[in-house]
Ligand binder design. Structure first.
Ligand code: CAO
Length: 475
């Protein structure tokens, strides 16, 4: 391909950019002057109409499966232009995993890649490398969660990226941080196990348990998004990009920190808020699994509600919060427990939690979980119904806040996705369907990289954007 811009033109562009930025500075200074407080003038547009929070931020999204995609989807919801680079012919492996509709991208993929644009590039093709280098020059952040070493094998080392665009932030999810396991591939449940969650989840009598919430993948994606924001903020002062690394083990441990707290408390005696204490079962060397114990200073447990015999979710989480102990006793019909020294104080109750929750359960089994929720909340007693995913999908209040959003997809039709759980008053979330594989390849080459139609045709002919031809079978 011919060089796109002669050096002279490049110089001209640089001069123009310098002039533009000087104009910006003058403008800013003028607005500062006008305000007299050193701050830029606030937008005159009403809230929600001055663009989204991350508008102008461009992400080179090299993520796949779940951890990385959750991070970049969140940034896209907040207005970043996320360009998802996928392998020609195949794309993100999750497009075809857990498929429910034949020949349509799976919900696995669609619910993690909304509001992004997709471009297919063979990153190991020389022309593909050339395009990627141009994208590196124009993007602010590269996000990736390949297996350790994969990005380097593409030639995209930190040194190369930093030299090509010193402002670029390179954000990575890996399974483990530096140490004995740094080269290992990691999936969600491996991280839950290595981060201390599995050993402390489940019932004492049973095996370690993984949780349904994807704290290893989505949890680490969230951590990464925060790291990117911090790096962008620092870049405002330094003008320099940096590496951001979130290890899934670290992310899980961060979310399981209360259990590391309890590990250290064990040295000073039994964990009295664990029901095991009340049951007279001695503690071992490490934090045990605590069933549905609350994990905080206010004891809690899951109790049955009406219909539990047939409905697996007819349960309520009930917290015996100390300040509302009086109302709890009145509502469940044990008013004498308010003054009886055996029950009146949190300390006195600790060894009897099992018996107390059994009495509460006797009461909650007379009503359904929503009736129980209404009744207890009238008395400010903290509790929560166990909601099934069916109930959540149908919950109107989640739809109206944009936490659950219905989007329309050209090949699979309408589907529900989780919108932005972070609500910004001046930045409405931008929740759109996920892109088809390579849907925006031409658009990105033209609008982001400035290639002409003839150049795009040339790139396509090179094979850098398409799957390698299938090998002929031997006769
Ligand atoms: N063009 C050409 N090659 C491409 C490409 C493209 N556009 N995109 C990816 N590839 C190649 C990579 O270069 C790599 O090739 P090599 O290993 O030969 O250099 C290859 O695809 C596969 O990458 P991978 O090793 O990351 O993928 P995997 O399926 O074997 O492993 C996973 C998946 C998730 C275990 C691994 O990526 C990983 O450990 N990531 C870090 C931790 C993480 O994020 N885990 C969460 C996963 S969600 O549960």
């Amino acid at each position: 391909m011919a060089k796109r811009k002669p050096k002279k033109a490049k110089k001209g562009r640089a001069k123009a950019a310098a002039k533009k930025s000087a104009r910006k500075v003058v403008k800013l200074a003028a607005s500062k002057k006008a305000n007299g407080n050193g701050l830029p003038r606030p937008s005159s547009k009403p809230y929600g109409q001055a663009g989204r929070a991350l508008e102008g931020l461009r992400i080179l999204d090299f993520t796949h499966v779940q951890s990385g995609p959750t991070c970049t989807q969140l940034l896209a919801y907040m207005g970043a232009d996320v360009l998802k680079v996928e392998r020609p012919g195949a794309g993100d492996i999750t497009r075809g995993q857990l498929r429910d509709v034949p020949n349509a991208d799976s919900l696995y993929f669609t619910m993690l890649n909304g509001s992004k644009r997709s471009i297919t590039i063979d990153s190991k093709h020389p022309k593909g490398t050339e395009i990627l280098n141009r994208l590196i020059k124009t993007c602010d952040v590269l996000v990736e969660n390949f297996a350790p070493g994969a990005l380097d094998r593409m030639g995209l080392t930190w040194e190369h990226i930093h030299k090509t665009n010193p402002r670029m932030i390179v954000a990575s999810v890996k399974g483990f941080g530096p140490g004995p396991y740094e080269d290992c591939k990691v999936y969600e449940n491996v991280a839950q196990c290595a981060g201390g969650s599995a050993s402390t989840t489940g019932f004492r009598e049973g095996p370690p348990l993984v949780t349904g919430a994807q704290i290893g993948d989505s949890g680490t994606g969230l951590h990464l998004a925060l790291g990117i924001m911090a790096a962008l903020y620092q870049r405002n002062r330094t003008g320099r990009g940096q590496k951001v690394l979130c290890a899934m083990q670290d992310g899980v441990l961060n979310l399981a920190r209360v259990k590391l707290r309890d590990q250290q408390r064990l040295a000073h005696g039994p964990l009295t808020e664990y029901s095991q204490y009340g049951e007279g079962v001695p503690f071992g060397q490490a934090v045990p699994r605590a069933g549905n114990d609350s994990g905080g200073g206010q004891p809690g447990w899951i109790v049955k509600c009406k219909g539990w015999e047939t409905d697996p979710d007819a349960y309520l989480y009930f917290i015996t919060q100390a300040p509302v102990w009086g109302p709890i006793c009145d509502v469940i019909g044990e008013p004498t427990w308010k003054t009886d020294p055996e029950y009146a104080t949190p300390k006195a109750r600790l060894p009897k939690l099992k018996q107390i929750f059994a009495r509460i359960e006797q009461f909650t089994m007379t009503m359904d979980k929503f009736e129980a929720m209404d009744l207890f909340n009238k008395h400010d007693i903290p509790c929560g119904p166990i909601l099934s995913m069916k109930e959540i999908a149908e919950e109107q209040s989640l739809r109206s806040t944009g936490t659950v959003v219905e989007v329309d997809h050209p090949t699979r039709g309408k589907y529900l996705t989780v919108g932005n759980p972070i609500k910004l008053s001046d930045s409405p979330a931008d929740v759109r369907r996920s892109p088809l594989l390579g849907e925006h390849t031409d658009e990105i080459l033209k609008d982001v990289l400035g290639f002409k139609a003839t150049e795009i045709a040339e790139i396509k002919n090179s094979g850098a954007l398409s799957a390698p031809p299938k090998k002929e079978k031997a006769a």
